[in-house]
Design a protein. Structure first.
Lengths: 460, 225
């Protein structure tokens, strides 16, 4: 994985991307703020969401077993997958058993996380993305840069050109309705022909074995009702204890995510219903290091995430760099705390530092994940695992210097002397390493002649 | 009241104007200011960089040095935030200056005069960690001759973030440039805030752009007559 600073540098150079992102995140932010402000008990809803998720994680084993029993009783099959390979193998086996060369897919981060499409392709099965934005990315060999708006970095002219090259040679304009119609015509036949559908899920209900997908376009409804076989990949943290808990989350999620009071499509299914919908239902319960995250009593709250992406839309870092800089299917502030825990901090040590700790993410999180706190926690782990010796030494010297006023004063005097060749009219325009990066774009106020301490003592 | 000034390491060494002005304001209001000699740093730098043990050692030192005081006041919200996180034993007695004046003392008019057009940048930690609310704006409203101009996208980070400014220099700069654009768009002469560190970043950006806007710590405005 490319370290965040280098990946971000590349993205920052793209001015079009920055203005696309800025416009898009501004719009969603404003919509979210409007529909959140109108809910009088929003804080109580957040508290409830947090409490329910904490309960799920504290009793996850029991809820999973309860969920499995309920799904099985309703005629579904449950598969337990320790990792990506095991989960992918289940889907490949189902596709093979039914002899299909294509499956239709609902937008799902969990399947992106395990690279299901690549695994299916290796087995000769094409996984057709049916979400509009995911379809765009798939047609162009691109990848998602936002949890909810995966093609947020693309504009409509680019999409028209792409469609003209691929699925709709006659596409007339870049009007959103025209583009949507082109995708609709292309997808509708594939929905009708598909025998196997694949989905992720927003929620799984332990009490009833019900699975819930929340979406805007209706493609999810198609994928989960038209095929005769349905495979759903469910991260184990997505469980809720009771059906009634949906009351909380179906208020929190759409308002936080798209800034809507209610999302257009909420699909719920429980096992198999004779002569209605899929007649064969597989649910894959995916661990993929989630149980390891669970062991960390500070970090585990990242598993509360309901993938609303409110934290991305308010993040001053994300809105400058976009999602690709995070090098993961989970970008933005939540990605900065989730990815290092899922892939191991030693494999993503720069991500917890991809934040100014401004706290905007925590303020909007519908389940009150204290992202700044987890960032600090993971920074400490990153230091333990991979801190460069130079940095560690510098920090030790700083700690030593700051340990007594005498050392601090001495360091100040030394720095004041050392800065002299660089100071012009009270500011420094160019500094050597390791702080050259400051003066590449900013001036630095020179250290003044008199410290506060000296001034105070001079007052007598 | 006897008030212990928490100078902060940055305030002592690089931006002494802010703690000096804090002394002026508190003394003008009739309080006795003491400066515990042994103070250095609250541990924020190390905490935010992932060096927890070193941060804890500095925080323990901070708690010892300030153990005997009922009111500890600092012109830095992020340092106050770090104390509240790292030194719970002194946390209830530590205040950021504007918070201390407005919330604790109930004072909004400190007798200051500053005839300039001023825009206020609410720093992230003052908004979301220390939660000083509208205390700085109230104080500014009572300053004679001062015209307050609202900053567009005020609650957005300036891009400082401690070592973030170096580790992620390009991203930090992108944020800073947007902040400088917003500040210049107000037509103000002065940008103020309650954190010297954020002001160092903003001043650096404005200075490099050869902007006419100056940065002045809130304490300095309140000290001006």
């Amino acid at each position: 994985m490319t370290a965040f600073p280098a990946a971000a540098r590349k993205e920052l150079a793209n001015r079009q991307l920055r203005s696309n992102l800025r416009n898009a995140t501004d719009t969603i932010r404003a919509k979210r703020a409007r529909v959140v402000d109108e809910v009088p008990d929003w804080e109580e809803l957040r508290e409830a969401g947090q409490a329910i998720k904490a309960d799920v994680l504290a009793n996850l084993g029991d809820y999973l077993v309860q969920f499995e029993a309920a799904v099985t009783a309703a005629g579904g099959q449950v598969h337990w997958a320790r990792d990506a390979a095991e989960a992918n193998a289940v889907v490949v086996d189902v596709a093979r058993a039914h002899g299909v060369s294509e499956v239709v897919k609902v937008k799902s981060l969990t399947t992106d996380e395990i690279r299901l499409n690549e695994a299916l392709a290796a087995a000769g099965v094409h996984a057709l993305e049916t979400d509009f934005a995911e379809l765009i990315l798939q047609l162009d060999g691109d990848w998602s840069s936002h949890i909810l708006v995966p093609a947020i970095h693309r504009n409509r002219r680019e999409i028209r050109d792409l469609f003209a090259r691929t699925i709709a040679p006659d596409v007339a304009s870049d009007d959103p309705a025209v583009l949507a119609e082109a995708a609709r015509l292309y997808l509708r036949e594939r929905f009708l022909a598909a025998k196997v559908g694949v989905s992720g899920a927003n929620f799984g209900i332990a009490e009833t074995g019900t699975v819930c997908v929340v979406e805007s376009e209706g493609n999810g409804r198609m994928c989960t009702t038209l095929p005769t076989v349905l495979v759903t990949i469910l991260g184990i943290e997505k469980l809720l204890p009771h059906f009634a808990d949906l009351e909380v989350f179906l208020q929190l999620l759409p308002r936080s995510a798209t800034g809507e009071r209610m999302n257009p499509y909420t699909s719920l299914w429980t096992g198999v219903t004779s002569e209605d919908g899929p007649q064969e239902l597989h649910i894959v319960l995916l661990d993929n290091r989630r149980t390891r995250v669970l062991r960390d009593d500070v970090g585990r709250q990242a598993l509360h995430c309901i993938r609303c992406s409110a934290c991305l839309n308010v993040c001053p870092v994300y809105s400058r760099t976009g999602g690709h800089a995070y090098g993961s299917v989970y970008p933005g502030p939540i990605g900065a705390i989730l990815t290092p825990q899922l892939v191991g901090i030693e494999n993503a040590p720069s991500l917890p530092y991809a934040s100014t700790l401004c706290g905007a993410c925590y303020e909007v999180c519908p389940v009150k994940i204290d992202i700044p706190k987890v960032l600090l926690h993971l920074r400490a782990k990153a230091v333990e695992a991979t801190a460069p010796p130079g940095e560690r030494l510098l920090m030790r010297v700083a700690a030593w210097t700051l340990a007594t006023p005498r050392r601090l004063s001495l360091a100040r005097r030394v720095a004041a002397q050392a800065q002299r060749p660089f100071v012009r009219r009270g500011v420094i325009r160019r500094l050597p390493r390791p702080i050259a990066k400051w003066t590449r774009s900013r001036d630095l106020k020179a250290i003044p002649r008199q410290s506060f301490r000296a001034w105070w003592e001079s007052r007598g | 009241m006897r008030v212990a000034l928490f100078v902060t390491c940055l305030g002592d060494t690089v931006v002494p104007e802010a703690p000096k002005a804090t002394v002026t304001v508190l003394e003008r209001l009739g309080h006795e200011v003491v400066v515990p000699r042994e103070q250095t740093c609250c541990g924020q730098l190390h905490l935010n960089s992932g060096y927890r043990d070193m941060a804890r050692a500095l925080a323990a030192r901070f708690a010892r040095v300030f153990a005997g005081f009922d009111a500890i006041v600092s012109p830095s919200s992020s340092c106050v935030g770090a104390v509240r996180e790292l030194s719970p034993e002194v946390a209830p007695r530590v205040f950021e200056l504007s918070e201390f004046l407005v919330t604790k003392l109930g004072v909004e008019d400190v007798g200051a005069a500053f005839p300039r057009r001023v825009t206020y940048h609410p720093t992230c930690h003052s908004l979301r960690v220390t939660r000083v609310g509208d205390a700085p704006a109230r104080l500014l409203r009572a300053v004679r001759g001062l015209e307050q101009i609202e900053l567009p996208r005020a609650d957005e980070c300036c891009g400082f973030g401690g070592t973030f400014a170096i580790k992620n220099a390009e991203t930090s700069t992108a944020m800073l440039m947007d902040k400088c654009d917003a500040i210049e768009a107000t037509g103000a002469d002065v940008c103020t805030a309650v954190d010297g560190s954020c002001l160092l970043q903003i001043a650096g950006g404005l200075s490099r752009r050869r902007s006419h806007v100056r940065t002045v710590h809130l304490a300095e405005i309140l000290a001006a007559t």
